[in-house]
Design a binder for this molecule. Sequence first.
Ligand code: NAI
Length: 336
Amino acid sequence: MPTPVTLISGDGIGPSISSATVRLLEAAGADIAWDAQCAGMAGVARYGDPIPDETLDSIKRTRVALKGPLETPVGEGFRSINVALRKTFELYANVRPAHTIRPGGRYENVDIVLIRENTEGLYIGIEHYIKIGSDPRAAAESVALITRAGSERIIRYAFDYAQRHGRKKVTLVHKANILKNSQGLFLDVGRMVAREYSNIEFEEVIVDAMAMNLVLKPERYDVIVTTNLFGDILSDLISGLVGGLGLAPGANIGLGGAIFEAVHGTAPDIAGKGIANPGALMLAACMMLEYLVDEPRAQRIRTAIEETIREGTVVTRDLGGTATTDQFTDAIIARL
Ligand code: NAI
């Protein structure tokens, strides 16, 4: 029986990199029944909603989605796409792997998976202004909510991920020296969970030191787990270490399912030109195959992508070549 997967092609370069990715997966023999749905501007055009109920219903059925980049419409009355998806499916773990593919860059041996808590911390939107005298916005407060349960599930997820993928170390990044309660709780839970995984090394690093260490010695790190805001910042820093957005995949995993995507946006400057790099979405599709317990196929596709990039003659413009999206895809398929 083919596995049903919701496919959201996305806006801008989305349709072109999504069809390249579907073509690659089909060439690799992945047995997937795609349920094509829309969101973003395509959702607004069709249903007047950037995250239509039809799309949410599809993901509720399939519990797995591959999503191209989406343009969030500017203006009142539209639901935030990411918030709606995170809330509906409780996507608490944001997983962002980054590793060196092309030799000769600034760093040779980066192989890091950053796992970011996606539902708590400073991003939950509990904030308000405080009026002082006649100034209604004299001050502002934002709440960084950390719960024991939320910390435990993300830290456990990181250790389980490390165990499943044969990784050796989990580094917990925090700021408990200053934020003694919220970050202190996250760190305490980390120490407690770490005791249950004696075969995996556990390390604690303060976030400011981590920013420096990642630039000086990124090869020291393996799996990183951290809270929402720190994870947001450090994951972009880490994609920069391995050559930027064109090859950065991500997964949002939770109780209600999993959504796999490229980290980059809709690239309006190159949309419609047929020159976008489909690599990030293809690597996200490999993460999806692993999630669907089809690891050998994921590995075969990943190897074909990496060899094509390393060989370097048929690659897209962002990777220093002149190939179109389709030519790059053909070259990867030829290497499968
Ligand atoms: P962007 O990631 O779309 O583009 C930044 C730069 O990277 C551009 O020069 C673009 O051409 C280049 N680029 C991005 N992906 C590429 C690829 N696959 N191949 C070659 N070059 C690539 O970021 P920007 O311009 O800030 O955002 C554009 C739109 O995308 C906005 O509407 C934003 O809201 C949306 N967006 C959506 C995301 C999502 O759905 N996950 C994530 C980030 C942005």
